[in-house]
Design a protein around this ligand. Structure first.
Ligand code: SF4
Ligand code: SF4
Length: 148
């Protein structure tokens, strides 16, 4: 029993979801490659967008085998001038005025928004949301917003 607990402890993975903003200068550079190679931090890109001024925005989940390693990787990004924000924003919906039309589900690539097959009502899974904001623009009733 003790051995199993120790094994589980050894396998513990530290994860962090953040939003990264890259300057124009960094957009074409192998920043993520270096983070993975040199700092042994795994990067799961949940959402990526290059804005008109060519600033890059990424929503990522970092994971590493220990917290120190993860923080070193994050400090590396900061030293390059990457802005790192914890994901403290969230998508909110005015349920009373939602008509469950499903328009928002067609643009939600992460699968956070779906229509329940039995009730035909909109279901929102906050855990899957990558804050791409596509649903905000797709909603004809304007009932989806972002809260800070
Ligand atoms: S912001 Fe909207 S469209 Fe984007 S992942 Fe979240 S729920 Fe889906
Ligand atoms: S698009 Fe707007 S009204 Fe339609 S289901 Fe989504 S939140 Fe509701």
């Amino acid at each position: 029993m003790k051995k199993t607990a120790k094994k589980a402890e050894r396998r513990q993975i530290f994860r962090k979801r953040v939003m990264l903003t890259f300057s124009q200068k960094l957009v074409g550079q192998p920043v993520m490659y270096r983070l993975i190679k040199e700092y042994d931090v795994a990067v799961n890109i949940l959402f990526a967008k290059v804005l008109p001024n060519e600033t890059g925005k990424l929503v990522v989940e970092f994971s590493a085998s220990d917290e120190k390693r993860l923080n070193k990787g994050i400090n590396f990004l900061k030293s390059l001038g990457v802005r790192i924000e914890p994901i403290s924003k969230e998508i909110v919906r005015d349920e009373e005025n939602c008509i469950d039309c499903g328009a928002c589900t067609s643009v939600c690539r992460s699968g956070a928004l779906s229509i329940d097959r039995k009730s035909f009502e909109l279901v929102f899974d906050q855990e899957k949301c990558v804050l791409c904001e596509m649903c905000i623009h797709a909603c004809p009733m304007k009932v989806i917003n972002i809260s800070f």
